[in-house]
Structure formats: C-alpha cells, structure tokens
Design a protein around this ligand. Structure first.
Ligand SMILES: *Cc1c(COP(=O)(O)O)cnc(C)c1O
Length: 394
C-alpha cells in the first residue's frame, strides 16, 4: 500500500549525525586491546545512567534485546498478558510474544498518539471483572513525547501490573521536568540507539532501572544467563574452582566496545541534537500550511522529537495521505508512516485481531505522515520541505 521510504527523494525522513569526534572515538577503540567487553561499555552505561538520573543501566545489542530481557526480568510468561500501544514498532509487542505471553493493545489518545490513559482505565476495569489483568504494560513514548506516566503509575498500583517504558524515541526528552528514563514511575525503561533514533551506536539499546535485582537479572540474561559472581552461583562443590556458571537460559545480546565508544561520543552531543530537533519542530509549527493537523504537545512533556508527524485529512486539505506522500516523493522529500497499528500486521491478525480494533489508532494511521526530522537537516532543506508541502496543499 505504501511506497518504501527509500524509494523517495534526497532528503530522508531521518538519519544519523556522525562527526569527526565520533569517528575518532571509534578509531581509538579499534586500536585498543578491547573490541568488546572492554571499558567503554560500563563507561557508556554509567554516563547514560547519570544523564537520565537512574541507578542501573544495561547496554545491549538493540532496544529489541533490551525489551526482551526486560520482559524476562519482569517474569512475564505463558498465561500472562502484556498490553501496549498499537501505535508503535512491532518490537514493543514482540518482546511479550518471545516470552510466551499473550498480547493486547490499548487505543491511543487522539492528540498525543500515545497510549490513552482513559482507554487503559476502561480496559483495566473490564479485565479485572474477567480476571485477565495484564502483568506488564508497555507505554511507548511516541515521537519522543512521554506518556502520562503519573496516571499510568497510579493505575499500576491499583491493578498490580509492572511498567516497562519503551523510550526508544525519547532519550533527551523530559516528563514533569525530569528526564525520560529515570524510572521514577516505572520498573524499567529501554532506549534504542538505531541510526534513525536520537543518538546512535549503529545497532544498540539499553535497559535502565532503579531496582538492583532487575539490573542483575538483565545483565545476566544479556550474556547467556552466565554469572561470575560467587554469591549468585547455584552450587559450589567444596574444593572446586568455579569461575563462571550458567544459572539460567540467557542470550548473546552484548554491545561491543566500538558501539559503546560511539555511544559515549554521541551522548556528549545529545543535548545539542535535541535542541536542534526542537528548533526544526518550531520552524515546521510556524511555517507549514494551516490545513494540516500538527503534533500536539502535552504541557507535562518536553519532546525529544524523534519524529515530526503531520496528519493529512482529506476533508481539511483536499488531499489524501497517499497523494501527499507521493507528491513529496516527487519533490525528493522522504516520508514514512509511523505506525501501521501493530495488530494489523499479518502475524498479529493470525492471533485474531481485526481491523477497527483500536479506532483512534486506525483513524490516525490513515492520515499520519512523518516528514524529515533530524539534526543535520539544514535550514535550506527544511525550506524545501515546507515549500513542497505548500505547493501540494495550497
Ligand atoms: C526502534 C524501535 C524499537 C526497536 O529498536 P532496535 O534498537 O532497532 O531494536 C522498539 N520500539 C520502538 C518504539 C522503536 O521505535
């Protein structure tokens, strides 16, 4: 139905920003004794932890891996439910499937496109009656704007679920003046460092928590379920030297030192990335055609603007989403669609989900277009995007 973003234009919808100091940091690591499992990883973990204000950080090979080990640490399994937003990347739901859990979706808020607290409340009331309350809820901070964590946290106390924040879009953003990822109102938060995200390690992710047991468990799951801490070993026959033990089934989800060195260098640039993204958003807010529906900002949030999503409503601007995407493509402006509701994917439809299941998410996805948003987008390029949209709509 939709053209692939790479079919389009010279201005992509997103891309990384790599400078000489990033390159130097990686090159220096290449010359060091450690390509992996070296000193850059704990340094990167400590630096991200300090930046967001959280006690423990576990660097892994992707946010998907982080979501998976987070679900394992939260002990979700067969018979349990994981609830998330339909307006997300499939990984936010797949992590529950990996663990044998069943998945359900909570419809989105019509203004923030985040999981709706009202819908969550209604669904919890019903689920309680039917004795199928979720074990884990995964709020996704869409486009870099935090979900309403205070309300979600309140509901978690009332209904007894754990909270795993998918902050893949949101490093550098704040909620109620505090950094996303501080886990003040959740059990675990994950970040993604994929090249289209706010900072990059090529592939990479991180799981953050204030709970030392969850941190311990996640770092063990990251490396095959192996521990080298004597106090964590299961049995130690007298006189035997055990330098490590596999105590459960884990994975190989480690980040390399090369990636962590890149991550450290990128982290030093994070605040400048976010302020540039916010500047670009402000320019769009002011200059784009008023026939569009603009991204709304919740007063509690300061978005890191991973995405800038406009909505194209035919009754309002005379064009469809498809027409606008195609016309922008011809003008060499890259676009993308974030997101097709996850349950509309064939894999999830096979579980019994049908179109129309979350009506707000479906209304949204028929109108949403992500337009170019990344720190290296120049003023001239942004003008071209703005003028192209004006030509199409006015
Ligand atoms: C990118 C993304 C992920 C997965 O990130 P990877 O690092 O590529 O595994 C998960 N959730 C959301 C919301 C994302 O945007």
């Amino acid at each position: 139905m939709f053209p692939h973003p790479s079919d389009f234009g010279n201005i992509p919808y997103a891309r990384q920003d790599i400078n000489q100091s990033d390159i130097d940091a990686v090159a220096e690591t290449l010359r060091s004794p450690w390509l992996t499992q070296g000193p850059a990883i704990p340094r990167f973990e400590e630096a991200v932890g300090k930046y967001v204000g959280v006690r423990h950080a576990v660097a892994v090979s992707s946010a998907t891996a982080a979501l998976h080990i987070a679900c394992r640490a939260l002990a979700i399994g067969p018979g349990d439910w994981l609830w998330t937003s339909p307006n997300t990347f499939v990984a936010s739901a797949n992590c529950g499937v990996y663990c044998g859990a069943r998945i359900d979706f909570v419809d989105i808020d019509s203004r923030t496109y985040n999981l709706s607290v009202e819908c969550l409340k209604e669904k919890l009331v019903l689920a309680k009656k039917e004795n199928r309350l979720p074990k884990v809820v995964v709020p996704v901070h869409f486009a870099g704007q935090s979900c309403e964590m205070e309300a979600i946290h309140g509901l978690s106390k009332e209904y007894g679920f754990r909270i795993l924040e998918d902050g893949s879009h949101a490093i550098g953003g704040t909620y109620q003046g505090m950094k996303v990822g501080d886990c003040r109102l959740s059990d675990i938060t994950v970040f993604s460092f994929h090249p289209v995200k706010i900072i990059t390690t090529a592939e990479g992710g991180m799981a953050l928590t204030n709970n030392p047991e969850l941190a311990e468990r996640m770092s063990r799951l990251r490396t095959h379920g192996i521990t080298s801490k004597p106090e964590r070993m299961l049995s130690r026959p007298a006189g035997e030297v055990w330098n490590y033990q596999q105590v459960e089934l884990g994975y190989h989800y480690r980040m390399t030192d090369l990636q962590a060195a890149l991550g450290l260098s990128q982290l030093a640039r994070l605040d400048s990335f976010v302020s540039r993204r916010r500047q670009i958003a402000e320019n769009y807010d002011q200059a784009l055609s008023s026939k569009l529906i603009f991204p709304w900002q919740h007063p509690d949030c300061r978005s890191s603007y991973h995405l800038y999503v406009i909505r194209i409503r035919k009754s309002q601007c005379g064009k469809t989403q498809q027409e606008v995407m195609e016309a922008l493509g011809k003008a060499r402006v890259g676009t993308n669609l974030h997101y097709i509701p996850v349950y509309r994917q064939p894999f999830y439809e096979k579980m019994g989900f049908r179109s129309g299941y979350c009506s707000e998410a479906e209304n949204y996805f028929r109108e949403a277009v992500s337009i170019p948003m990344y720190p290296a987008l120049s003023d001239g390029q942004q003008k071209h995007v703005i003028n192209s949209l004006r030509d199409i709509l006015d």
